[in-house]
Design a protein around this ligand. Sequence first.
Ligand code: IMP
Ligand code: MG
Length: 215
Amino acid sequence: MAAKLKTRNSKRKTPARNVPPRWRKEVERVLITEHQIARRIRGLAREIERDFHGRETVVVSLLNGTVMFLADLIRHLSLPLRLDFMGVSSYGAGTESGELVFTKELRLDMRGRDVLLVDDILDTGKTMSRVVPKLRALKPRRIKICVLLDKPVRRVENVKADYIGFEIPDYFVVGYGLDFAERYRNLPFVGVLHPHVYKQACQRVSESFCHKSCR
Ligand code: IMP
Ligand code: MG
């Protein structure tokens, strides 16, 4: 089950406004703090350990958005595991998923193994609905999906994750590996991007990148 975020309707002064001054023009607010992320990852790791105990485990991580999440997750997994990466890129510069391009293929043998497929965020589900069949063709024993964030209201494909860090509303978020136009991945928290940032960027690139629903 995904962790509940206490950033809305909370009486406590939320960490939401605590954006470091350097980022205030671009990041509207902190949605999930470093501390909340760290605590949730320890919980996820415990769930995964229970389910993968005694199995031949391969962690398959989708590049590039998973870099921080993956590094923190696997250091908390006391399991023998192998690690492989799949490069997946959404061809576009807006906030909508564009055409999917595979930029790096897997190298390890998946046959008969238990795969933990890790991604940063499950949004429309289009990425997972392309990746899972590709992985299934390599004949693993089973595939379980782990995502840091889940935005269920945006889903158009029938995909569910087995392990979810946080369920979030329909905000475009950056940080902790997540990017907008390849920026902001190094923020240590997950923050809501100011709409003016992507609106400006969308005006600069052709409409075919941004689609009509650029928010
Ligand atoms: P989906 O194919 O629509 O499920 O989207 C998956 C991919 O879109 C993720 O792996 C991210 O790279 C990207 N994405 C979706 N929502 C966001 C967001 O709010 N911030 C940054 N990237 C996002
Ligand atoms: Mg991604």
